[in-house]
Design a protein around this ligand. Structure first.
Ligand code: NAP
Length: 249
Protein backbone atom coordinates (compact mmCIF):
# COMPACT_ATOMS: atom_id res chain seq x y z
CA UNK A 1 0.00 0.00 0.00
CA UNK A 2 1.26 3.51 -0.84
CA UNK A 3 1.29 6.20 1.84
CA UNK A 4 0.62 9.77 0.74
CA UNK A 5 2.28 12.83 2.29
CA UNK A 6 1.23 16.39 1.56
CA UNK A 7 3.84 19.04 2.49
CA UNK A 8 2.40 22.53 2.77
CA UNK A 9 5.42 24.51 1.72
CA UNK A 10 6.82 27.85 0.70
CA UNK A 11 9.82 27.60 3.05
CA UNK A 12 13.37 26.22 2.94
CA UNK A 13 12.43 23.64 5.60
CA UNK A 14 9.60 22.32 3.41
CA UNK A 15 11.96 21.92 0.43
CA UNK A 16 14.55 20.23 2.66
CA UNK A 17 11.93 17.74 3.85
CA UNK A 18 10.84 16.97 0.28
CA UNK A 19 14.51 16.41 -0.59
CA UNK A 20 15.09 14.01 2.31
CA UNK A 21 11.99 11.95 1.48
CA UNK A 22 12.31 12.01 -2.33
CA UNK A 23 12.42 8.53 -3.84
CA UNK A 24 11.33 6.48 -0.80
CA UNK A 25 9.59 3.32 -2.03
CA UNK A 26 5.86 3.24 -1.21
CA UNK A 27 5.65 6.90 -0.19
CA UNK A 28 4.15 9.48 -2.52
CA UNK A 29 5.24 12.99 -1.52
CA UNK A 30 3.53 16.07 -2.93
CA UNK A 31 4.76 19.58 -2.09
CA UNK A 32 2.20 22.36 -2.28
CA UNK A 33 2.95 26.04 -2.92
CA UNK A 34 0.49 28.93 -2.75
CA UNK A 35 1.76 30.41 -6.02
CA UNK A 36 2.57 33.88 -4.66
CA UNK A 37 5.89 34.36 -6.49
CA UNK A 38 6.28 34.39 -10.26
CA UNK A 39 9.41 32.22 -10.24
CA UNK A 40 9.35 30.08 -7.08
CA UNK A 41 12.22 27.79 -6.10
CA UNK A 42 10.53 24.44 -6.68
CA UNK A 43 11.19 21.69 -4.12
CA UNK A 44 12.48 18.29 -5.30
CA UNK A 45 9.85 15.75 -6.40
CA UNK A 46 6.15 16.16 -7.20
CA UNK A 47 4.71 19.64 -6.78
CA UNK A 48 1.32 21.39 -7.06
CA UNK A 49 0.72 25.15 -7.07
CA UNK A 50 -2.29 27.24 -5.95
CA UNK A 51 -4.82 27.48 -3.10
CA UNK A 52 -7.16 24.57 -2.34
CA UNK A 53 -10.28 26.69 -1.74
CA UNK A 54 -10.45 26.73 2.06
CA UNK A 55 -11.07 23.84 4.42
CA UNK A 56 -13.62 21.98 2.26
CA UNK A 57 -11.39 22.35 -0.83
CA UNK A 58 -8.42 20.97 1.07
CA UNK A 59 -10.50 18.09 2.49
CA UNK A 60 -11.64 17.22 -1.06
CA UNK A 61 -8.03 17.27 -2.25
CA UNK A 62 -6.84 15.06 0.63
CA UNK A 63 -9.56 12.47 -0.10
CA UNK A 64 -9.15 12.58 -3.89
CA UNK A 65 -5.36 12.19 -3.75
CA UNK A 66 -5.49 9.54 -0.98
CA UNK A 67 -3.27 11.63 1.29
CA UNK A 68 -2.55 9.80 4.55
CA UNK A 69 -0.57 12.49 6.46
CA UNK A 70 0.16 16.22 6.27
CA UNK A 71 3.15 18.32 7.27
CA UNK A 72 2.40 22.03 7.62
CA UNK A 73 5.75 23.64 6.83
CA UNK A 74 4.34 27.03 5.84
CA UNK A 75 6.13 30.20 6.91
CA UNK A 76 5.75 31.28 10.57
CA UNK A 77 3.85 34.37 9.32
CA UNK A 78 1.51 32.51 6.95
CA UNK A 79 -1.61 33.00 9.07
CA UNK A 80 -4.33 30.87 7.50
CA UNK A 81 -3.06 27.70 5.85
CA UNK A 82 -1.94 25.98 9.07
CA UNK A 83 -5.38 26.42 10.68
CA UNK A 84 -7.13 25.19 7.53
CA UNK A 85 -4.88 22.11 7.46
CA UNK A 86 -5.35 21.36 11.16
CA UNK A 87 -9.16 21.55 10.83
CA UNK A 88 -9.32 19.48 7.61
CA UNK A 89 -7.01 16.80 9.08
CA UNK A 90 -9.05 16.65 12.31
CA UNK A 91 -12.25 16.21 10.27
CA UNK A 92 -10.70 13.36 8.24
CA UNK A 93 -8.76 11.80 11.13
CA UNK A 94 -5.39 12.30 9.39
CA UNK A 95 -2.10 12.69 11.28
CA UNK A 96 -0.75 16.19 11.01
CA UNK A 97 2.56 17.81 12.03
CA UNK A 98 3.78 21.39 12.21
CA UNK A 99 7.35 21.99 11.00
CA UNK A 100 8.55 25.44 12.03
CA UNK A 101 12.06 26.82 12.46
CA UNK A 102 12.80 28.17 15.97
CA UNK A 103 12.01 31.80 16.70
CA UNK A 104 14.90 34.20 17.34
CA UNK A 105 15.60 35.15 20.94
CA UNK A 106 17.04 38.59 21.81
CA UNK A 107 20.63 38.56 23.08
CA UNK A 108 22.20 41.01 25.54
CA UNK A 109 23.27 43.46 22.78
CA UNK A 110 19.96 43.39 20.89
CA UNK A 111 17.68 46.44 21.26
CA UNK A 112 14.28 44.99 20.37
CA UNK A 113 10.80 46.34 20.94
CA UNK A 114 8.35 43.47 20.38
CA UNK A 115 4.89 44.06 18.88
CA UNK A 116 1.93 41.85 17.94
CA UNK A 117 0.91 43.76 14.82
CA UNK A 118 2.11 46.54 12.55
CA UNK A 119 -0.42 49.09 13.85
CA UNK A 120 1.38 48.79 17.18
CA UNK A 121 4.70 49.36 15.38
CA UNK A 122 3.72 52.59 13.58
CA UNK A 123 3.73 55.02 16.57
CA UNK A 124 6.99 53.48 17.84
CA UNK A 125 8.55 53.97 14.42
CA UNK A 126 7.38 57.60 14.25
CA UNK A 127 9.10 58.21 17.58
CA UNK A 128 12.35 56.37 16.82
CA UNK A 129 13.12 56.76 13.17
CA UNK A 130 13.83 58.96 10.13
CA UNK A 131 15.21 56.19 7.87
CA UNK A 132 13.93 52.67 8.48
CA UNK A 133 14.61 49.28 6.88
CA UNK A 134 11.22 47.58 6.49
CA UNK A 135 12.26 43.92 6.31
CA UNK A 136 8.80 42.47 5.80
CA UNK A 137 6.47 41.05 3.16
CA UNK A 138 5.11 43.02 0.20
CA UNK A 139 1.56 42.49 1.39
CA UNK A 140 2.37 44.14 4.75
CA UNK A 141 3.27 47.67 3.58
CA UNK A 142 -0.16 49.25 4.00
CA UNK A 143 0.21 50.39 7.67
CA UNK A 144 3.46 52.21 6.75
CA UNK A 145 2.35 53.79 3.47
CA UNK A 146 1.06 56.99 5.12
CA UNK A 147 4.30 57.78 6.99
CA UNK A 148 5.37 60.50 4.58
CA UNK A 149 8.01 61.98 6.94
CA UNK A 150 10.02 58.75 6.94
CA UNK A 151 12.29 57.25 4.28
CA UNK A 152 12.16 53.47 3.82
CA UNK A 153 14.49 50.79 2.54
CA UNK A 154 12.51 47.83 1.14
CA UNK A 155 13.94 44.47 0.11
CA UNK A 156 12.00 41.84 -1.79
CA UNK A 157 12.86 38.75 -3.82
CA UNK A 158 11.43 40.32 -6.97
CA UNK A 159 11.76 43.81 -8.45
CA UNK A 160 8.05 44.59 -9.04
CA UNK A 161 7.10 48.00 -7.55
CA UNK A 162 5.55 47.94 -4.05
CA UNK A 163 1.81 48.57 -3.61
CA UNK A 164 0.89 50.65 -1.74
CA UNK A 165 4.21 52.47 -2.07
CA UNK A 166 5.51 54.72 0.73
CA UNK A 167 6.14 58.35 -0.36
CA UNK A 168 9.94 57.98 -0.10
CA UNK A 169 11.76 54.68 -0.48
CA UNK A 170 14.45 52.61 -2.23
CA UNK A 171 13.79 49.03 -3.33
CA UNK A 172 16.48 46.36 -3.37
CA UNK A 173 15.70 43.03 -5.11
CA UNK A 174 17.66 40.26 -3.38
CA UNK A 175 16.80 36.74 -2.21
CA UNK A 176 19.90 36.35 -0.09
CA UNK A 177 21.48 34.46 1.54
CA UNK A 178 22.58 37.43 3.64
CA UNK A 179 25.67 37.83 5.84
CA UNK A 180 26.23 40.14 8.86
CA UNK A 181 28.99 41.98 6.95
CA UNK A 182 26.74 42.46 3.89
CA UNK A 183 23.83 43.62 6.04
CA UNK A 184 26.07 46.03 7.96
CA UNK A 185 27.23 47.57 4.64
CA UNK A 186 23.61 47.87 3.44
CA UNK A 187 22.47 49.58 6.67
CA UNK A 188 25.38 52.03 6.57
CA UNK A 189 25.02 52.76 2.84
CA UNK A 190 21.38 53.79 3.34
CA UNK A 191 21.85 55.57 6.69
CA UNK A 192 19.34 53.26 8.39
CA UNK A 193 18.50 54.11 12.02
CA UNK A 194 15.84 51.41 12.76
CA UNK A 195 14.91 47.95 11.47
CA UNK A 196 11.31 46.71 11.35
CA UNK A 197 10.99 42.96 10.92
CA UNK A 198 9.13 39.80 11.83
CA UNK A 199 10.43 37.02 14.04
CA UNK A 200 10.80 34.66 11.08
CA UNK A 201 13.77 32.72 12.48
CA UNK A 202 16.55 31.20 10.40
CA UNK A 203 20.28 31.89 10.18
CA UNK A 204 20.40 33.90 6.93
CA UNK A 205 17.63 36.33 7.92
CA UNK A 206 19.26 36.78 11.34
CA UNK A 207 22.23 38.49 9.69
CA UNK A 208 20.46 41.87 9.70
CA UNK A 209 19.91 41.53 13.48
CA UNK A 210 23.57 40.80 14.09
CA UNK A 211 24.43 43.91 12.03
CA UNK A 212 21.86 46.00 13.93
CA UNK A 213 23.30 44.87 17.28
CA UNK A 214 26.80 45.70 16.10
CA UNK A 215 25.71 49.20 15.03
CA UNK A 216 23.55 49.69 18.16
CA UNK A 217 20.36 50.12 16.10
CA UNK A 218 16.89 49.52 17.53
CA UNK A 219 14.70 46.79 16.03
CA UNK A 220 10.91 46.68 16.05
CA UNK A 221 10.24 42.93 16.09
CA UNK A 222 6.83 41.43 15.32
CA UNK A 223 5.98 38.31 17.33
CA UNK A 224 4.72 35.22 15.53
CA UNK A 225 0.95 34.72 15.18
CA UNK A 226 -0.68 31.84 17.11
CA UNK A 227 -0.75 28.33 15.62
CA UNK A 228 -3.10 25.42 16.21
CA UNK A 229 -2.13 23.22 19.16
CA UNK A 230 -0.61 19.93 18.04
CA UNK A 231 2.63 18.04 17.41
CA UNK A 232 5.43 20.29 16.27
CA UNK A 233 9.12 19.97 15.27
CA UNK A 234 11.81 22.48 14.35
CA UNK A 235 13.83 20.77 11.61
CA UNK A 236 13.29 18.87 8.37
CA UNK A 237 15.21 15.90 9.84
CA UNK A 238 12.81 15.65 12.79
CA UNK A 239 9.83 15.94 10.44
CA UNK A 240 11.27 13.16 8.24
CA UNK A 241 11.57 10.92 11.31
CA UNK A 242 7.89 11.62 12.12
CA UNK A 243 6.87 10.77 8.54
CA UNK A 244 8.82 7.50 8.64
CA UNK A 245 7.18 6.59 11.97
CA UNK A 246 3.67 7.22 10.50
CA UNK A 247 4.63 5.34 7.35
CA UNK A 248 5.77 2.23 9.19
CA UNK A 249 2.99 2.35 11.84
P1 NAP B 1 -1.71 32.11 4.47
O1 NAP B 1 -2.31 33.38 4.97
O2 NAP B 1 -1.56 31.00 5.44
O3 NAP B 1 -2.49 31.55 3.23
C1 NAP B 1 -3.44 32.28 2.48
C2 NAP B 1 -4.06 31.33 1.48
O4 NAP B 1 -3.09 30.93 0.50
C3 NAP B 1 -4.53 30.03 2.12
O5 NAP B 1 -5.80 30.18 2.69
C4 NAP B 1 -4.46 29.08 0.95
O6 NAP B 1 -5.56 29.28 0.06
C5 NAP B 1 -3.23 29.54 0.20
N1 NAP B 1 -2.01 28.85 0.63
C6 NAP B 1 -1.12 29.20 1.58
N2 NAP B 1 -0.11 28.34 1.64
C7 NAP B 1 -0.36 27.40 0.71
C8 NAP B 1 0.34 26.25 0.27
N3 NAP B 1 1.53 25.91 0.81
N4 NAP B 1 -0.22 25.50 -0.72
C9 NAP B 1 -1.40 25.85 -1.28
N5 NAP B 1 -2.11 26.94 -0.92
C10 NAP B 1 -1.58 27.71 0.06
O7 NAP B 1 -0.26 32.36 3.86
P2 NAP B 1 0.42 33.65 3.12
O8 NAP B 1 0.98 34.53 4.16
O9 NAP B 1 -0.54 34.21 2.11
O10 NAP B 1 1.63 32.92 2.41
C11 NAP B 1 1.42 32.13 1.26
C12 NAP B 1 2.53 31.12 1.12
O11 NAP B 1 3.79 31.78 1.04
C13 NAP B 1 2.62 30.14 2.29
O12 NAP B 1 2.63 28.83 1.74
C14 NAP B 1 3.92 30.44 2.97
O13 NAP B 1 4.60 29.29 3.41
C15 NAP B 1 4.72 31.19 1.92
N6 NAP B 1 5.49 32.27 2.54
C16 NAP B 1 4.84 33.21 3.25
C17 NAP B 1 5.56 34.21 3.87
C18 NAP B 1 4.87 35.25 4.70
O14 NAP B 1 5.56 36.13 5.19
N7 NAP B 1 3.58 35.20 4.90
C19 NAP B 1 6.98 34.24 3.72
C20 NAP B 1 7.61 33.26 2.97
C21 NAP B 1 6.85 32.26 2.38
P3 NAP B 1 -6.87 28.36 0.11
O15 NAP B 1 -7.61 28.77 1.35
O16 NAP B 1 -7.56 28.68 -1.18
O17 NAP B 1 -6.42 26.93 0.17
Amino acid sequence: MTAGLLILGGTAEAADLAGILDGIQGLRVVSSLAGRTASPRLPPGECRIGGFGGESGLADYLRREAVTMVVDATHPFARRMGWTAAHACAALGLPWLRLQRPAWVAGPTDRWTEVDDWNEAVPILRRLSRRAFLALGRQELEPFAGLDDLWFLLRFAEEAPPRPAPARFALVADRGPFTPAGERALLLAHGIDTIVCRNSGGAAARAKLAAAAELGLPVIMRRRPPRPAGPSVQSAQEAAAWVRAQFSA
